[in-house]
Design a protein around this ligand. Structure first.
Ligand code: ZN
Length: 127
């Protein structure tokens, strides 16, 4: 379960639209399971099918979040042309079993959340 305020869901959708046809990506930070902050990240892959963060930018956000006393709860990215399901590439790259992976699809404007534990997909409810 992850709590994402409507305002932040709208920010994810807005970021997805801004970056289309490329994938948008970023971090969601907060406390326990409640998202409080969104950080837009650059997709250095500049791809419509996958994304990568710039390590330097990633480190900057990790530091900022820690200073605020928050945690990184989730990684979000958009699927510009496909549904909000983890691709095989997403599953392969989902290395942290504690991280929630949020996907926003521009195909049907759906937002879904998942965890990946040892290659198995677990659906996470978004409240
Ligand atoms: Zn994906």
């Amino acid at each position: 379960m992850i709590k994402i305020p409507k305002k932040i869901i709208e920010e994810i959708a807005g970021h997805a639209r801004d970056e289309a046809p490329l994938e948008a990506c970023g971090y969601l930070a907060g406390k326990e399971n409640e998202v409080l902050e969104l950080y837009r990240m650059r997709n250095i892959d500049q791809s419509s099918e996958h994304f990568s963060f710039a390590p330097k930018e990633q480190f900057g956000v990790v530091k900022k979040v820690r200073v605020m006393g928050l945690e990184l709860i989730a990684v979000y990215h958009s699927h510009p042309a496909t549904s909000a399901r983890l691709s095989s590439e997403d599953i392969r790259l989902a290395l942290d079993p504690k991280t929630i992976y949020v996907i926003h699809s521009l195909l049907n404007n759906e937002t879904k959340a998942f965890k990946v534990i040892e290659g198995k997909i677990i659906n996470e409810t978004i409240l």
